[in-house]
Ligand binder design. Structure first.
Ligand code: NAP
Ligand code: ZN
Length: 347
């Protein structure tokens, strides 16, 4: 065991503070990683504040982890000491169920072992995330980062990147499709980058006018300020695909009505409370409503390689770990351009 510096929420709804955790001594298939950067996802806030319930405390959030391999177990073949690597939202899964066999480990039928606020396969050892100096992970759950990629701007790809890449691929978004993205935050800005790279015509729904210039720079064709009561009127039955990345509840019916025949709306935003849907919003135009959870190891690697090839990285604000509580407050006000990334040398 190695004592490791971390930042943790000791109780729900309390500010995060410096804390010590233990990392296991690497086993034969383990990779020990010196964490260089960790992105700050809105899911970290939901969980540190126990908005999804059943949280385990003390909680060390962080699942957008990049770092350098510092040690490997005797049977590790996938990476070597000195390699740049990443760890996303899970660190293990059963490896035998249908989804695991298809490298859709996030849908493991016995439950993936999340990077934090979860337990290892033994069901009792808590997992601690990336707001820490080091992590030890089985090689199967470690992603390789192409060497030319900037580590700080790559960290958010491990969650915000894959969470938006996966549904765009799964729903086969292609050149000329009309894609709507709801919310310009960490997920939203990556969704725009991917949809633009796939050749779609992108419309952004944003709750203010503040992000208009940035949206244009990111390649958005239509910017819709949803604080205007008539904002959605021009887009009735317009879209092939809408991705909802808002961290708070919105009126889903209003957006479903913007889908054309057989169009789909996919939810990735995961607000605290449920939201109602009228059957008529789906019946009319045979619309589909679905959800999507991050992505499996195979697809996450594919996404990282795609980003390396197309030079797609997150737009970030680097912070020292001591500013994490301030960063959470700013994210609650949609005030981040467009992902906070913790420089872990400050811990
Ligand atoms: P974020 O950076 O805080 O961005 C969320 C955006 O939602 C904000 O920038 C804002 O965009 C919009 N928003 C916030 N409050 C709103 C409101 N009241 N009405 C309308 N829009 C609002 O968050 P994130 O890290 O991108 O995460 C977004 C959500 O996805 C969170 O719920 C998170 O837990 C979830 N998530 C899900 C998965 C998954 O696998 N499904 C993975 C990661 C995260 P505008 O300023 O443009 O309105
Ligand atoms: Zn996340």
């Amino acid at each position: 065991m190695t004592q490791t510096k971390a930042f943790a929420a000791l109780h729900p709804k309390q500010p995060l503070q410096a804390h010590k955790i233990e990392r296991r001594t690497p086993g034969e298939h383990d990779v020990a990683i010196d964490i260089k950067y960790c992105g700050v996802c809105h899911s970290d806030i939901h969980q540190a504040r126990d908005e999804w319930g059943r949280g385990t405390f003390p909680m060390v959030p962080g699942h957008e982890i990049v770092g350098i391999v510092s040690e490997i177990g005797s049977k590790v073949t996938h990476v070597k000491v000195g390699d740049p690597v990443g760890v996303g939202c899970f660190v293990d899964s059963c490896r035998t169920c249908d989804p695991c066999q298809q490298s859709l480990e996030q849908y493991c039928t016995s439950g993936m072992n999340a990077t934090y606020n979860s337990f290892e396969r033994d069901g009792k050892t808590p997992t601690y995330g990336g707001y820490s100096e080091k992590i030890v992970v089985d090689e199967k759950y470690v992603l390789k980062i192409p060497k030319h990629m900037p580590l700080d701007r790559t960290a958010p790809l491990l969650c915000a990147g894959i969470t938006t890449y996966s549904p765009l691929k799964q729903w086969n978004v292609k050149k000329g499709d009309r894609v709507g993205i709801i919310g310009l935050g960490g997920l939203g800005h990556m969704a725009i980058k991917f949809a633009v790279a796939m050749g779609a015509e992108v419309t952004l729904f944003s709750s203010s006018d503040k992000k208009r210039e940035d949206a244009k720079r990111l390649g958005v064709k239509n910017y819709v300020n949803t604080s205007d009561a008539n904002a959605l009127a021009n887009f009735s039955a317009y879209f092939n695909f809408i991705l909802n990345s808002a961290s708070a509840n919105i009126n889903l019916d209003e957006y479903l009505n913007l889908l054309k025949l057989d169009g789909s709306m996919v939810l990735v935003g995961a607000p605290e409370n449920p939201a109602p849907v009228s059957a008529f919003s789906l019946i009319m135009q045979r619309r589909r409503l679905a959800g999507s959870l991050i992505g499996g190891i195979k697809e996450t690697q594919e996404m990282l390689d795609f980003c390396g090839e197309h030079e797609i990285y997150a737009d970030i604000e680097i912070i020292p770990i001591q500013k994490i509580n301030e960063a959470y407050e700013r994210m609650m006000k949609s005030d981040v351009k467009y992902r906070f990334v913790i420089d872990m040398s400050t811990i």
